[in-house]
Ligand binder design. Structure first.
Ligand code: A2P
Length: 317
C-alpha cells in the first residue's frame, strides 16, 4: 500500500499524516440505548489503548512514536482546572505518556461532571477561552501533548484565540513559530472556503472531519454520499464517491480524518494519492450548493452562550 503523505509540524519535531483514521462511532456503544446514557470517553479510549499496545507487541509498529494520536477535551472539562486531569485521564485510558495533539472540542463549556448526550441545554455555559487555552498550553509545556488546537471554531473565534494565546504551537506550513491546529467539518458540501483562506493567511493547519458527511452518525448527513454531482464525477473517473470526496479534501492542502471500520473501505480510502481531479471536476464541485451536516443546534438556546446558529458560527454558516 502506498504510504500516506505527511506534513512537517514546526515545533513538535513530528510529521502529521495527511490522512488519519477517525474512531468515533455513534451510538457510542453497540446498543441504541446508549444515546441516553453516559458518554464516556473511556468506552472509546480503552480499546484504542489496547490496540496500540497490541500493535507494538505484534511488531506492526516499533513504538507508539510511529503513530499520530489526537484526542479532545470534552465540553464539561472545558474549565481551567479540569483540563489537566481530563488529559491525564485520557492518557491513562490510552495507556500513553503523551498525545500528539489535544483539541478543545467545541467553543462551549458544560457544567462540570456532565457527560450526557444529547446535552441538557441548561448545562451549557460560555467557554472562558483565555483560561482554558492557558491550561491547554500548560499541558503542552508538561509534555503531555506535543501540540494543541481547537475544533469547530469560526474565523472570528480563531482570531480571538490568536489574540489571547501566548504560545501557538504546532503546525507550521510557512516556517514561522506561530501555528495552530483547527479541526472542522469539511467536505464537498461544506467547503469552508472562508476558513481555508483565513487559516492559510495565519499559518493555521486545518484537519477535515466528516469528509464523507459522517453518514449514520448523530453529527452526520447522507447528502454527501448521495450528491448527484459527486456520483457523476465518480462514474466518470472510475473512482468511488468516497474517493472523490477524500481526494477533493486532500487537494485543498488540509489533512483529513476518515472513519471506516471496514477493511476494504479503509484500503479504498487510502487509494487517493496517485490520481487527481480534473479542472472541470473541481469546477463542478465548487458549484455544489453548500449544506452543513452538523450545524450544532445542540449548542443553541436562549439561556446558553449562543442564542442562534449565527451566534455560534459568527455568521459563517
Ligand atoms: P464504515 O465504517 O462502515 O465504512 P466520515 O469519515 O465522513 O465520518 O464518514 C464515516 C462514514 O462513512 C461511516 O459510516 C463509514 O462506514 C462510511 N465510509 C467510510 N469509508 C467509506 C467508503 N469508502 N465508502 C462508503 N462509505 C464509507
Amino acid at each position: 500500500m502506498r504510504s500516506i503523505p505527511e506534513m512537517a509540524l514546526g515545533s513538535t519535531g513530528k510529521d502529521i499524516p495527511l490522512v488519519g483514521m477517525g474512531t468515533a462511532v455513534y451510538p457510542f456503544a453497540p446498543s441504541e440505548a446508549m444515546i441516553d446514557s453516559i458518554l464516556t470517553a473511556i468506552e472509546l479510549e480503552k480499546p484504542l489503548g489496547e490496540t496500540i499496545k497490541k500493535a507494538v507487541e505484534l511488531g506492526l509498529i516499533k513504538s507508539r512514536n510511529e503513530l499520530f494520536i489526537t484526542s479532545k477535551l470534552w465540553w464539561s472539562d472545558a474549565h481551567h482546572d479540569r483540563v489537566l486531569p481530563a488529559l491525564q485521564n485520557t492518557l491513562k485510558n490510552l495507556q500513553l505518556d503523551y498525545l500528539d495533539l489535544y483539541l478543545i472540542h467545541w467553543p462551549v463549556s458544560l457544567k462540570p461532571g456532565k457527560y450526557e448526550l444529547p446535552v441538557n441545554k441548561d448545562d451549557l455555559l460560555p467557554i472562558d477561552l483565555g483560561s482554558v487555552w492557558k491550561a491547554m498550553e500548560d499541558c503542552q509545556k508538561l509534555g503531555l501533548t506535543k501540540a494543541i488546537g481547537v475544533n469547530n471554531f469560526s474565523c472570528k473565534k480563531l482570531e480571538e484565540l490568536l489574540q489571547t494565546a501566548s504560545i501557538l504551537p504546532a503546525v507550521n506550513q510557512v516556517g514561522s513559530e506561530r501555528g495552530l491546529f483547527v479541526k472542522v467539518e469539511m467536505n464537498p458540501l461544506w467547503q469552508q472556503k472562508k476558513l481555508r483562506e483565513f487559516c492559510a493567511e495565519k499559518g493555521i493547519h486545518i484537519t477535515a472531519y466528516s469528509p464523507l458527511g459522517a453518514k449514520g452518525t448523530l453529527w452526520g448527513t447522507d447528502r454527501v454520499m448521495e450528491c448527484e454531482v459527486l456520483k457523476e464525477i465518480a462514474r466518470e473517473t472510475g473512482k468511488s464517491i468516497a474517493q472523490v470526496c477524500l481526494r477533493w479534501v486532500y487537494e485543498q492542502g488540509v489533512s483529513l480524518l476518515v472513519k471506516s471500520f471496514n477493511k476494504e473501505r479503509i484500503k479504498q480510502n487510502l487509494e487517493i494519492f496517485d490520481w487527481e481531479l480534473s479542472a472541470q471536476d473541481l469546477e463542478k464541485i465548487i458549484q455544489i450548493p453548500q449544506f452543513k451536516g452538523f450545524p450544532g443546534v445542540e449548542f443553541v438556546c436562549q439561556t446558553g452562550p449562543y442564542k442562534s446558529l449565527v451566534d455560534l458560527w459568527d455568521g459563517e454558516i
